[in-house]
Design a protein around this ligand. Structure first.
Ligand code: DGT
Ligand code: CA
Ligand code: CA
Length: 575
């Protein structure tokens, strides 16, 4: 079975967690956690690297032992060490770890001191008041645990878009190889670029005698076949992701694509529109009486309803139909519109590649500039820059720029916004830079008024250009901090600052609704990769998806500007 990076990362994370429960050596635990992060963020498939005979130990933090385990996982789908850890611990222990607020330390105590091994047992122990008696727990923690366990028990698992893309891309490649297949498209929330997807909905156009359904249920990664008929099938992959497949005829392809792309709310709204015109719309086409008048392409379906084609990312029933009717749909930004990337790390801090390699890789992708924006000194664990090291990097950038043609590296910093809204580096150090990205990396817990004031004050700094990952959330694992985004957007406008849409798959921050807010307030958004290695530029694709969900056109995006115009926008006088 083809193993993806997300599978390897999940195994390493689980090993780290189980080692922590076993109270193993902290360095060992850390090594697995780091490896999980490195592999998880790697944009090249490890499987392909092994096939090409590349040396895995050249990846940062990966020694012989971890490289051996990666090969073992790719070859066998399993890791002997994890199996051994599992054998020594109760089976549901991993699930306990996935409840927010239950780290390895607490899970160990629950297991050791109360002998609870499953989520249901934890809930019962909480209801019986047995958890509060444990050292360091108390009634409040007990109530929180109960709430989290109950929420976890009822919540269906969703998968991050970038992870779904790994599974989806290789399944599509497999299906395309079936006999008589004309096209394969992933519809559903995936096509709408939602930040997480519940399942994949795949649409196939194929001849009547195609073997695509057999090939689908016979895919190596299938763990369970839920249903299997001539034109529809459903499977669960070994990763837990469900995939629904529909085979359609060419004449109905557009209507089916429309139907299965959704959203449900959008579908309902356009079906109503069809009814108003005396038409019937369903997954097979648009019908007048019994005659099909459209359906082979999406454009034909929308045309029959009197509308221009609407991009999938807009189909959430958030005003796109009225906008389409009024011919006021935005010309949405595309990956090819980006001229540069304004948030890039190198191995001077926690990145993996050199300054020069990061520049050359961006140029190879067709970009014409990047900004190097390392962490500042407060981020000690990333080896953040102090004024002296920042100055050295600026000198190195000057030297590099002299050797490049048709490409420019800008000088920047991702400076910490301290709790009081001041910046983590002195003014003199910031003054030499082309742009200053400010970021909140601490005190996510400040009350709303304080958090908002902190960010507004940071923007008052004359050097401040761009607010990094403005909400601070991590998808499915950390809530946004509490701040007044409308005030922040308006303050950015008045101070000549911009907002970032950070394209890192864990972040996708700004949220889509904030993109629209920024657009309406006239604040440009920078779609940045936050690349920590050359391969991370690939993440820009997901940032573009999120920006499109937020209705952004190329003109709403800062880094679609050619360099001279960008420089003018960055140098805007501030007071
Ligand atoms: P997900 O999978 O939860 O991330 O979200 P979707 O949007 O992919 O939803 P899913 O997989 O349940 O269904 C795929 C599409 O099928 C959905 O976007 C719209 C369409 N669909 C599903 N159920 C209904 C329905 O009851 N009515 C209508 N009009 N469309 C539906
Ligand atoms: Ca779906
Ligand atoms: Ca589905």
């Amino acid at each position: 079975m083809p193993i993806h990076n997300a599978d390897i990362a999940a195994i390493f994370t689980e090993i780290a967690e189980l080692l922590e429960i076993e109270q193993a050596n902290p360095f060992r635990i850390r090594a697995y956690r780091n490896a999980a992060r490195i592999v998880g963020e790697l944009r090249r498939e490890v499987r392909a690297m092994i096939e090409r005979g590349e040396d895995l130990t050249e990846l940062p933090g990966i020694g012989d032992d971890l490289a051996g385990k990666m090969r073992e996982i790719v070859d066998t789908g399993k890791c002997n060490m994890l199996e051994k850890l599992h054998a020594a611990l109760p089976p549901a222990i991993t699930e306990l770890l996935h409840v927010p607020g239950l780290g390895p330390k607490r899970v160990r105590m629950l297991w050791h001191d109360l002998d609870v091994q499953t989520l249901e047992q934890v809930a019962r122990a909480a209801r019986d008041g047995r958890i509060r008696a444990l050292p360091g727990f108390g009634t409040k923690t007990e109530a929180n645990i109960l709430q989290a366990v109950e929420a976890h028990l009822s919540k269906a698992r969703r998968v991050k878009l970038a992870t779904a893309a790994q599974y989806g891309d290789s399944l599509v490649a497999w299906l395309v190889g079936a006999r008589g297949v004309e096209r394969v498209e992933i519809a559903g929330s995936y096509r709408r670029c939602r930040e997480t997807v519940g399942d994949l909905d795949i649409l196939v156009v194929a001849d009547a005698d195609s073997d695509v359904m057999t090939r689908f249920v016979g895919y190596d990664e299938v763990a369970e076949v839920l249903s299997h008929g001539p034109v529809r099938g459903s499977v669960v992959l070994k990763s837990g992701l469900q995939v629904d497949l529909r085979v359609v005829e060419p004449a109905a392809y557009g209507a089916a694509l429309c139907y299965f792309t959704g959203s449900k709310a959008h579908n309902i709204a356009i079906r109503r529109l069809a009814q108003d015109r005396g038409l019937k719309l369903n997954e097979y086409g648009v019908f007048r009486g019994r005659q099909r008048i459209a359906g082979d392409s999406e454009a034909s379906v929308y045309r029959a309803l009197g509308l221009p084609w609407i991009a999938p990312e807009l189909r959430e029933d958030r005003g796109e139909i009225a906008a389409a009717r009024a011919h006021r749909l935005p010309q949405l930004v595309e990956l090819a519109d980006l001229r540069g990337d304004l948030h890039v790390h190198t191995r001077a801090t926690d990145g993996h590649d050199s300054l020069r390699d990061m520049a050359l890789a961006a140029q190879a992708l067709g970009l014409s500039y990047i900004a190097i924006t390392e962490h500042s000194r407060r981020m000690a664990m990333t080896h953040g820059l102090d004024p002296r090291r920042l100055a050295e990097q600026c000198d190195a950038i000057d030297v590099l720029n002299a050797t490049l043609s048709g490409f420019v590296v800008l000088k920047g910093i991702e400076v910490d916004i301290l709790e009081d809204g001041s910046l983590d580096l002195p003014d003199a150090a910031l003054a030499r830079l082309d742009l200053v990205i400010g970021a909140v990396h601490s005190r996510f817990d400040l009350p709303r008024a304080k958090q908002t004031a902190r960010i507004l004050r940071a923007m008052d700094h004359p050097c401040f250009t761009l607010l990094a990952h403005p909400t601070g959330r991590l998808i499915e694992s950390r809530e946004p901090y509490d701040a007044d985004m409308l005030r922040i957007v308006r303050h950015a406008k008045s101070r000549g600052c911009y907002l970032e849409l950070n394209a890192h798959p864990e972040r996708l921050d700004l949220l889509d609704t904030h993109c629209l807010m920024a657009k309406e307030e006239g604040v440009l958004v920078a779609i940045n990769s936050d690349a920590h290695s050359r391969d991370d530029y690939a993440n820009l694709r997901f940032g573009i998806g999120q920006a499109r969900r937020g209705w952004l056109a190329a003109t709403d995006v800062l880094n679609t500007r050619p360099l001279p115009e960008l420089r003018r926008l960055l140098a805007k006088p501030k007071r």
